[in-house]
Ligand binder design. Sequence first.
Ligand code: NAD
Length: 429
Amino acid sequence: MAEVQEFSPEPGALEWETPLYRTALAQYEQALPHANVEELVAERLRYPERALVVSVPVKLDAGRWRVFPGYRVQHSTVLGPTKGGVRYDAEVTLGECAALAMWMTWKCALLRLPYGGAKGGVRCNPRELSTDELQKITRRFTSELLPIIGPQEDIPAPDMATNEQTMAWMMDTYSMQVGHAVPEIVTGKPISLGGSLFRQEATGAGVVMVIIRACERLGWSLGEQRCVVQGFGNVGGVAAAELHERGARVVAVSDVSGGVHDEHGLDVPALRRFAAERGSLEEFLECERVTNEELLELPCDILVLAAREDQVHGDNAPRIKAKMVAEGANGPTSLEADAILGERGIVVLPDVLTNAGGVTVSYFEWVQDLGRLFWDRAEIRAKLADQLNDAFDRVWKLADEQGLSLRSAALVAGIREVSGALTARGIYP
Ligand code: NAD
């Protein structure tokens, strides 16, 4: 079996010490020998530059007060302001944000966007909170972040359980503090506030653009592929719809409540309407129900992981039947699983490349906001396809030339961009 490097934390790494940060760091260590980076620069990039831990007091609808922990981690400001999502989830921790921020750095650099990585979130259970409570959390959390966010400092975006409305509240809270409208403080906001056309669909559509490019390289016809999609939210719902529209057979999809399966192919638009109306797939009983564990192991050609981290691990990786795994979510494949899938000849399209459509159109949104000049949908879609195809081709070539996995090649390409810039700038003072 391929060697999985262990990470033994230095004293400075202890703050971030969580399984996800260990995964992000171990991937970095695996890529480093191929990236040709000076040791001082390599060491600098092992740590996030800055992190803020806050507590968010909110009066709940029932009249009770609760204080929620919140985090924002900025990994690297070498190439520009930091960029990254805000998630509301019961498992958000400082270490999780640090891992996701580091991946954002490599992703932005791989796509040649002038950003570094950040990530943040509030530890809460969003499904138990009302819209009013979520608004209070968002506004207070934004106020707490004011010292470190800004259009030239750090630009938040939606992630798990946050959406356009969350970004509208963040934009309003920030704008009220500075005294004028600042649309460029967040991306993924409503079109009426300076949001970009195609941002909402960009991550899921980008996942499918990368799958199509990979199929072309492998000589596979998309129309002949049976697909399974885990996660039916912003990323998975759009990816399933795009696959369906392009003629692939989507045989199973799932959300946190479990999955639905039909070997003959699902009616994805009908499922999306159902999920939009009912809030989940839970009550969809018109075809076979499967658990999320069963869904991952269904016979299929392409498995899209678009729910959350650590879904394919050492236990289930030997039973994955797909020929290709596309990571729409961040970190859905553990280190051990990655090695097992690689040995089994399963093509893994890595998260830093595959889900980069979201941050790329976020970048387009920020540029449009700064210029107060807006582009049309076709132009944005075409620019996104160009940028993803260019990144894909660079990754494919590097993997081929150096005998690397696509993940290592994507990380090496990203690390090289950042380390080149950091070497040129030098470490202050
Ligand atoms: P979302 O909240 O819109 O959707 C998440 C989906 O996953 C929901 O259908 C939810 O029910 C499901 N889910 C949650 N826990 C699950 C579990 N344990 N098992 C199965 N399904 C589960 O979130 P999203 O924006 O679609 O993000 C999904 C993933 O994609 C996250 O890892 C996120 O970091 C990543 N991502 C999102 C974007 C973006 O633009 N939204 C960009 C890049 C990466």
